[in-house]
Design a protein around this ligand. Structure first.
Ligand code: URA
Length: 209
């Protein structure tokens, strides 16, 4: 089974509390989502492999380290996942960005794939799939299905708020995928929203309703 990690760093917890507040406006919400994504990227990238490198400094040779191995692809699930991309790029600016579009049928809550555009070497990349809310798990499972279908294998899922139902479903469907979240909330309501959650992350990021 992949890793499941709730990121309890005080800065992440504090910022998450700010965006849970229903009075947090669009601009602030968007900025803070990116800040949290940056902080999460620090931990999510912790196991990136390093290799030895000798560097000529002004005073001698430093036996130092540099990141080696797989390059990174950030894959937001449209549309709310887009809100986390810039924050991760702040730390990993050379990452490529793929997009996966899913929509959820309002009646059945079933997710459907409508757009997939990925870096051509996706199967060689370490992939961070991002979506602020892991609710039923339907869209994340389908997005990861879409990635695996195209040869991807090294996948981590990064969200801000997870529901126990979504974590369970994602772990069952993709036991190889590590899950990182800033909070594990109580439950889903009958509309598939996370309680207490933070509402509709896409609407809050983009100011739609
Ligand atoms: N998607 C959201 O944006 N919020 C939820 O609570 C659940 C799914």
């Amino acid at each position: 089974m992949g890793k499941f990690q709730v990121m309890d760093h005080p800065l992440i917890q504090h910022k998450l509390s700010m965006i849970r507040d229903k009075n947090c406006g669009t601009k602030e919400f968007r900025e803070i989502v990116n800040e949290i994504a940056t902080l999460m990227a620090f931990e999510v990238s912790r196991d990136m492999p390093l290799e030895d490198i000798d560097i000529q400094t002004p005073e001698g040779i430093a036996h130092a380290k540099q990141i080696s191995g797989k390059k990174v692809a950030i894959v937001p699930i449209l549309r709310a996942g887009i809100g986390m991309v810039d924050g991760i790029l702040d730390l990993i600016p050379a990452a490529k960005v793929g997009h996966i579009g899913m929509y959820r049928d309002e009646k059945t809550l079933e997710p459907h794939e409508y757009f997939v555009k990925l870096p051509s070497d996706i199967e060689q990349r370490q992939i961070f799939v991002v979506d602020p809310m892991l609710a039923t798990g339907g869209s994340s499972i389908m997005a990861i299905d879409a990635l695996k279908k195209r040869g991807a294998s090294n996948i981590k899922f990064v969200c801000l708020v997870a529901a126990p139902e979504g974590v369970k479903a994602l772990q069952k469907a993709h036991p190889d995928v590590d899950i990182y979240t800033a909070a594990l909330d109580e439950k889903l309501n009958d509309k598939g929203y996370i309680v207490p959650g933070l509402g509709d992350a896409g609407d809050r990021l983009f100011g739609t309703k």
